[in-house]
Design a protein around this ligand. Structure first.
Ligand code: NAG
Ligand code: NAG
Length: 411
């Protein structure tokens, strides 16, 4: 197994000290642009995840898919770094999520054990405003978020010593309202902050039909990880217990999950192998596929335009494009190397003027890579958004080891 040796045995850095003191400086915004854009096609968002103060960074998407760094908004809490070295502080995908349907944005504050909700101004999508109070995640080290399709329910995955899931009703006036019968434990033997990446929670999503809530958990080699699946009742409450689904043979560290459209199936990146395909109807049809030369393939998204999945590897700084056929057979279509050492992590896709663009957070380069997905196998490097100059000029602290998340919004 290629992953692990280096990462698992790496000397554990002292965990950043995380204060439990509340921090609720509502709405503090720092501008990085002089012109307010009323013509943006959409926006991307990620978080600084700084232990002193977490901030949401928002960049508008121009009509050609390129980015314009607009502003940073106080998230209302603190970030945290799991017990491990380097970037990918939360060991997760989905630390910040936008809902186009709900026109809302939510972020975890992993060091405060809280979740914040913002409205998105659809005319100027980087203009976000906090709604209601910052609320408890009802667990420790919140690391991932999922909206239902309507944007009316939000669930959080806690990955620390107190781990599991919890959900809120999303109200555009009052914010996040705790939903009864949604606090469900995962039962992981973990610490706060989490110790990883092996053995940590990874990602939370709703199934395509919205009837299940799914959390992924990485294994501790040689023991494989699993998906935890709760049924979602019509009132949004969850089944008392989860169903545990193991990856196919050789699957070991399920990380991000991306729905395979129309199939009741999921593509999960596997940090120890490449990727796992989970057939939720019949797990005997699930498979695990190796990506040769991979180090840690952890994040993924799907393009409606190309019909392919885009997987990022933090160690090789490469985007691997994958196709999954009608029989759920996954094959590698192409690989798109990015800047070596840039540590490509979270990614997401936006459709702008009929074209799909892939946005990849590359924290070690303090940059966001923009790729035009103009056809199957032909992702084209379009531009790179520099984060260090503009954030420094605006007095915003960023750190390659803490930057996390990537979510897109289009009108
Ligand atoms: C939990 O993990 C710790 C640290 O690895 C270990 O010492 C302990 O035995 C584990 N506890 C259980 C119940 O597995
Ligand atoms: C990130 O950059 C540091 C400093 O240059 C380097 O030591 C490290 O290997 C890089 N990490 C990754 C995952 O590329």
């Amino acid at each position: 197994m290629k992953f692990s040796a280096a990462i698992l045995t790496s000397v554990l850095a002292a965990a950043s000290l995380v204060s439990a003191a509340p921090l609720q400086r509502r709405g503090q915004t720092k501008m990085m642009t002089k012109t307010t854009r009323f013509d943006a096609s959409g926006a991307i968002y990620f978080i600084t995840n700084e232990p002193d103060e977490n901030m949401v960074i928002a960049a508008s998407i121009n009509s050609d898919g390129t980015l314009n760094l607009d502003r940073a908004v106080a998230a209302g809490g603190r970030g945290a770094h799991g017990i491990a070295d380097g970037p990918d502080a939360l060991f997760s995908q989905g630390a910040i999520k936008a809902s186009a349907k709900g026109q809302v944005l939510a972020t975890v504050n992993a060091g405060s054990n809280t979740v914040s909700l913002f409205s998105i101004d659809s005319r100027t999508p980087t203009n976000i405003n906090q709604i209601g109070d910052v609320v408890s995640s009802e667990g420790e080290f919140p690391m991932s978020l999922a909206f239902n399709a309507a944007g009316t329910q939000l669930c959080v995955l806690n990955g620390g010593q107190v781990n599991g899931v919890f959900c809120y009703k999303v109200d555009k006036k009052t914010g996040l309202n705790a939903m009864p019968n949604t606090l469900r434990p995962l039962g992981l033997n973990q610490t706060t902050p989490a110790t990883g990446p092996a053995g940590t929670a990874s990602h939370i999503i709703f199934s395509e039909d919205g009837k299940q809530l799914i959390a992924s958990v990485k294994g501790v080699p040689p023991t494989p990880g699993f998906l935890a699946v709760w049924d979602v009742n019509s009132d949004g409450s969850l089944s008392p217990d989860f169903k545990k689904i193991a990856p196919a043979k050789n699957g070991i560290l399920p990380f991000s999950m991306t729905v395979i459209p129309g199939k009741n199936a999921i593509l999960a990146t596997d940090a120890g192998l490449g990727f796992d395909i989970f057939d939720l109807k019949d797990n005997s049809k699930s498979s695990a596929v190796a990506i040769d030369g991979q180090v840690a393939t952890c994040w993924s998204s799907f393009s409606k335009k190309t019909g392919n999945f885009y997987l990022t590897d933090i160690g090789t700084a490469t985007v691997t494009e994958v196709h999954v056929d009608n029989n759920l057979k996954g094959t590698i279509v192409a690989q798109h190397p990015q800047l070596p050492g840039s540590a490509t992590i979270d990614n997401d896709i936006a459709t702008v003027n009929g074209q799909d663009f892939l946005y990849v957070l590359a924290p070690n380069a303090t940059a966001v890579d923009v790729l035009l997905l103009d056809g199957s196998g032909t992702a084209k490097q379009l531009s790179t958004l520099d984060l260090s100059g503009p954030t420094k000029a605006a007095g915003i602290t960023i750190n390659p080891n803490n930057l996390q998340g990537m979510t897109t919004f289009t009108r």
